[in-house]
Structure formats: structure tokens, C-alpha cells
Design a binder for this molecule. Structure first.
Ligand code: V47
Length: 383
């Protein structure tokens, strides 16, 4: 129960009214929510919106992550996962290893197989087409979610064909949806510093739009808490919302908090960049400062992204406790069992590698909400 009087005290009466009436929030509204002195009030508003959209239903998935290789030709400053070919710690898994992992379930097949790596120098599109066919022969009910938009753009370059052709070929071999990764932060100057060789924001959005036009669904994300300011976060959310108005295929938004270990961005360099960009909001120890800020960002994402159905509290990067708290700040999904994860853990995520179905259900029930088992397309599953 929210009291309009409280929101009047924070100068947010109009935003409160808009949310209650299901009206769209503006860029300026987003900025005011970031500046509000009471993150709990912002969280309560987001929770009321998620109750309107989903009731108490809170989703999780029995899934298996496959990070097929960490060898990647592009160098993003925030990435702790990437290795050069022949560098210590570089790995590439074989089809056989991947199939063993996908089939090593607990008797109930995984509902989602999530496949992500990087821009690999030698693996070609046909390698993945064959892999997906083999996965679906071994586990016909699994839904394959794979690749970031960056990987799709890279395949198009490798194969000297269009993004549309790459996506058509992948769809034919069994791909159901794209992951949300690779969005990072859209603001062009910051993006050039953080990931100089990555596709632009427009390309990211256009690749998702093309996927949607083929009937493929996708997720989307934002990497936050590095050197960006609030205005850049709100701008990022508005661009995703605009794309969703056009193409409509985003299923879920994933706010990814920057983890500072083992990557080039952290420490003094992060501080230096924040100064160059005159970033008044920069705090140089994100782990200490980011608890409530992370929750507030999740809440604002829920409130701004009125056309994206689900908001994910990705427990791997957020940590289990913050992910559970995020369920009271507008998130309605916890992702899943995962089993094995490298990208966040190599950057210092202190969460475990896996959660059981029972643990996920308990986290949701302890929040007074109702666990619902889903596949990556958010269709309810029996198990
Ligand atoms: O694109 C990289 C991010 C993403 C760091 O679609 C980092 O359901 C924090 O996109 N600190 C990959 N984040 C993960 C991802 C994802 C995960 C779970 C589910 C889904 C989905 C997508 O991780 C990258 C990048 O934005 N990342 N390094 C870091 N140091």
C-alpha cells in the first residue's frame, strides 16, 4: 500500500500518479527518481508496478550456462573473462564436452541452455549450427538462448553476409532467442572508451530489431556502476524502450552491476576516467557504495521500461542477498540454476556457481512471493 502523501513529501506526486495510472515516465522523471533522497520510496513504487504486471508470480528457470570459449578478439576494459589465443587460461570447449554438460541434469532436462563466448578467431557459424542441432537431438525440449548482438555482428563479418542471414541460419538450426549481453552503456563517448571495438548502440539495437522481425525473442541489459552517470543510465533505458516500441521482442531486462576484479577498468584507471568524464556520481569503491544504488537502479528500470515485461535480478552478479532484496524493488525474475558461470566469477562475483531449484524457490517464498518455473521465453514449465 502506497500513500500519495509520502510521495508529495519527496516532490514525486506526479510520478506517483503516472505509475498508478499506468502512464509512461519521461527522461526527466527517470532523473528525478535517481535524485530522490529515499530509495525505498522508489523501490515501493516499482514493486507496485510489478504487482500490477505479474501479481506475486516470481520466475526462475532450470538452466545451464555454457561459456564455450573465453578467447575473444575484442578487448573491453571491464572484461575479466577474455583471453587471447595461446594466453594462459584460454579455453575452448569441444562439442562433446558441451553435450556432456547439457545432458548432466538431475533427471529433469534443463529448460534453458544459455550459450555465450566471445568473438573467437577460428570457430565459424557452422560450428554453432551443428552444436545447436546436436543439443536439440539430445535434449529436444531445451530452449536455446545464445550469443550477444556483438557475436552476431562478428559472424556476419566472418561469413561476409548480412545479420539477417546469420539469424535465419541460426533460427533454422534451433536458436530461439538472443541473450541481452553486450549492451554495456549506450552513450557513444563512454562506450568508445570502455569497449572500443564493440558494435555501436545503434547496431546493438538494430540487430535485436532484426531478430525480432524473424520472430526470435531477446533479452537486453545495461552494465552500470562503472564510470557512467545517472543521465547516461536513464538515456540507456529510454533507448531500449524506444526499440521495444518499434520491434516488441524484448522479453526481459537485466541490470548488470559492474564487478571490479581482474579487469583493466578497475582501480586508478576507473577513477581517472570518471574524472575525465567529470562524473559527479562516481564512487571509487563500488562494493561498499553500491548496495542501495543497485536496488534503486533496478527499481527505476522497472518504472521506465513499461513495455518490457520482465526485470531480472541476476543473482550471479548481484549476489544472492541483493538479488532477493531486488524482488522488493521491482524485479520479478531470479534467472536460474546456472550450474557453471565464468564471466561474473572471473570479475570477482562472490556468489556460488549454482543454486538448486529448491534454493531459488525458497528465496522467492521467503520474500512473500510465488515461485513460477519458466523457460527462457517465460512460458511456465511443469518442473
Ligand atoms: O555483456 C562483463 C557483462 C555480460 C563484467 O540474456 C560484466 O538472460 C559485471 O549478458 N562486471 C554477459 N558485468 C552476461 C549477460 C547475461 C547474463 C545472464 C543472463 C543473460 C540473459 C545475459 O556481462 C556482458 C557484460 O555486459 N560483464 N564483464 C564485469 N566485470
Amino acid at each position: 500500500m502506497l500513500w500519495s502523501k509520502q510521495y508529495a513529501e519527496f516532490g514525486l506526486s506526479d510520478i506517483y500518479e503516472k505509475v498508478q495510472n499506468g502512464e509512461r515516465l519521461s527522461y526527466e522523471d527517470g532523473m528525478r527518481l535517481f535524485e530522490c533522497k529515499n530509495p525505498l520510496a522508489v523501490g515501493a513504487l516499482a514493486f507496485s508496478m510489478r504487482l500490477r504486471l505479474h501479481g506475486k508470480n516470481t520466475y526462475f528457470v532450470r538452466n545451464r550456462h555454457i561459456n564455450y570459449s573465453n578467447i575473444c578478439l575484442i578487448n573491453c576494459l571491464f572484461c575479466a573473462f577474455r583471453r587471447k589465443e595461446n594466453e594462459e587460461g584460454a579455453f575452448t570447449q569441444t562439442h562433446e564436452t558441451i553435450l556432456e554438460k547439457v545432458c548432466a541434469d538431475d533427471g529433469i532436462p534443463f529448460a534453458e541452455v544459455h550459450v555465450v563466448g566471445g568473438c573467437h578467431p577460428t570457430l565459424r557459424l557452422s560450428w554453432f549450427e551443428e552444436l545447436f542441432k546436436k543439443i536439440l537431438i539430445a535434449r529436444p525440449k531445451a530452449v536455446i538462448k545464445a550469443f550477444t548482438a556483438m557475436e552476431i555482428a562478428y559472424f556476419a563479418k566472418q561469413e561476409k553476409c548480412s545479420v539477417l542471414e546469420v539469424l535465419e541460419r541460426l533460427k533454422l538450426s534451433g536458436l530461439s532467442m538472443l541473450t541481452g549481453g553486450g549492451a554495456e552503456i549506450f552513450e557513444p563517448v563512454l562506450r568508445k572508451y570502455l569497449c572500443p571495438n564493440k558494435i555501436s548502440a545503434d547496431e546493438y539495437l538494430s540487430i535485436h530489431g532484426t531478430a525480432h522481425s524473424l520472430g526470435l525473442k531477446s533479452n537486453c541489459s545495461m552494465l552500470f556502476g562503472h564510470i557512467e552517470n545517472f543521465a547516461q543510465r536513464v538515456d540507456h533505458l529510454c533507448r531500449l524502450r524506444e526499440q521495444q516500441d518499434k520491434s516488441g521482442g524484448f522479453v526481459c531486462f537485466i541490470p548488470l552491476p559492474y564487478l571490479p576484479q581482474n579487469n583493466e577498468l578497475s582501480g586508478e584507471y576507473q577513477e581517472k576516467l570518471a574524472k575525465i568524464f567529470d562524473n559527479a556520481q562516481f564512487k571509487n569503491n563500488s562494493d561498499v557504495h553500491m548496495g542501495l544504488e543497485r536496488l534503486r537502479t533496478i527499481a527505476i528500470a522497472r518504472l521506465m521500461l513499461d513495455n518490457i515485461p520482465h526485470i531480472k535480478a541476476y543473482w550471479v552478479m548481484l549476489g544472492v542477498k541483493t538479488a532477493q532484496a531486488a524482488l522488493a524493488f521491482g524485479a520479478d525474475d531470479l534467472d536460474g540454476t546456472i550450474v557453471e558461470e565464468h564471466i561474473g566469477h572471473m570479475a570477482g562475483a562472490n556468489s556460488s556457481q549454482a543454486l538448486t531449484r529448491t534454493e531459488l524457490e525458497q528465496m522467492i517464498k521467503d520474500s512473500g512471493l510465488t515461485p513460477v518455473s519458466r523457460d527462457p521465453l517465460f512460458r511456465k514449465t511443469a518442473q
